[in-house]
Design a protein around this ligand. Structure first.
Ligand SMILES: Nc1nc2c(ncn2[C@@H]2O[C@H](COP(=O)(O)OP(=O)(O)OP(=O)(O)O)[C@@H](O)[C@H]2O)c(=O)[nH]1
Ligand SMILES: [Mg+2]
Length: 330
């Protein structure tokens, strides 16, 4: 795509805010475009979308868990329930780069798109293959989820839990759901290894399997943080079956409760601001390394500048600043 063909960010933002799906699709393509001209426009687009709503509205939910736990099936069931309740939903399915046992590629998106998305204006699904970088979630997934947040009531980002991905997803979502597999020793090991601090809600899927699911739920319940340990949230563990469509309403109850909890504790805006600054630092570090960060006066100085300006535009200014310094020292 040449510079002239890139969409005008102001116009695109207005259309996205009206919920036009074709605009959402071109917005995501723009954010995915690494050419210099596109990056500038992406920054403008994000800035134009980042009103009050970006900090206070909607619900951004990260879904993670081991391969095959049924995350995609569960997301499908969650979507059905939300749509029945009249809530609009945007989904980013971040599929792992190589899953030879499954033929790789964009599984979830295809599966639910076929069933639901084609004729539903209130549902948007984008599958992102190969976006788990070095075990973490690729940087472009962050702004993509913020774009969706500008026009959908609920935004879900699904990632397969493989170490760093859980940490990354916790830096994207307002609420993190961990989907566990019944009778999976991995999950308990994982929980005991300290990453337990990350999910806000646990769902043991495949409850239709009976006893193993119940056993796993009580084991997780025993390992989950106690509400008196952290900020008054109770870390619920629920039993669900994506295929039998049971437990979904309770799960949604927990999502809503967590959303209210964040708002009441005045944590939501703070969380999102922190996630955005974290993203800016990550973008700069990835592109220019620690040298670039130092060139800008270090993390603390960048953090200070981000507090005072629109983060997306400031990010682009900081990038340009580093690039010009590199050029002038050639
Ligand atoms: N019995 C039972 N099987 C389920 C349930 N939910 C999902 N499955 C099955 O579990 C398998 C994996 O489901 P997916 O939804 O693809 O799981 P996933 O966690 O998204 O998998 P990856 O994205 O590949 O990590 C499929 O064969 C599903 O049919 C459930 O509630 N009960
Ligand atoms: Mg999946």
């Amino acid at each position: 795509m040449t510079q002239a063909q890139l969409p005008d960010p102001e116009q695109l933002a207005a259309r996205i805010l009206r919920g036009e799906r074709s605009a959402v699709a071109s917005g995501l393509n723009l954010l995915d475009n690494k050419l210099a001209g596109a990056r500038q426009r992406s920054a403008h687009l994000l800035a134009a979308l980042a009103g009050e709503r970006a900090l206070n509205d909607g619900h951004l939910i990260g879904v993670t868990g081991p391969p095959g736990a049924g995350k995609s099936s569960l997301v499908s069931a969650m979507i059905r329930q939300w749509r029945l309740a009249g809530r609009t939903v945007g989904v980013l399915a971040v599929d792992p780069s190589s899953r030879p046992e499954l033929g790789g590629g964009a599984l979830l998106g295809d599966r639910i798109r076929i069933k639901n998305a084609a004729h539903d204006e209130g549902l948007f699904i984008r599958s992102l293959a190969n976006r788990n970088q070095l075990g973490g979630v690729a940087t472009e997934v962050w702004p993509m989820s913020w774009l969706l947040l500008a026009c959908f009531d609920v935004v879900v980002v699904e990632t397969v839990g493989v170490g760093q991905t859980e940490i990354d997803i916790a830096e994207i979502g307002d609420t993190v759901l961990y989907v566990a597999q019944p009778a999976s020793g991995d999950t308990i090991q994982y929980l005991k290894s300290g990453i337990i601090e990350i999910p806000d809600i646990f769902a043991v899927n495949k409850s239709d399997l009976g006893a193993p699911a119940h056993k796993t739920a009580s084991e997780i319940g025993r390992s989950a943080p106690r509400s008196d340990r952290r900020d008054g949230w109770d870390y619920p563990v629920c039993l669900v079956s994506a295929t039998m469509n049971t437990g979904i309403q309770q799960l949604h109850g927990h999502f809503d409760r967590h959303r209210v909890f964040l708002a009441d504790a005045r944590l939501l805006g703070k969380l999102r601001t922190r996630h955005q600054s974290g993203w800016v630092l990550r973008v700069l570090k990835e592109e220019f390394g620690t040298f670039g960060i130092e060139l800008l006066g270090g993390y603390a100085e960048i953090g200070r500048r981000l507090e005072e300006a629109n983060q997306f535009e400031e990010c682009e200014r900081l990038r340009q600043h580093i690039i010009s310094r590199f050029k002038s020292s050639d």
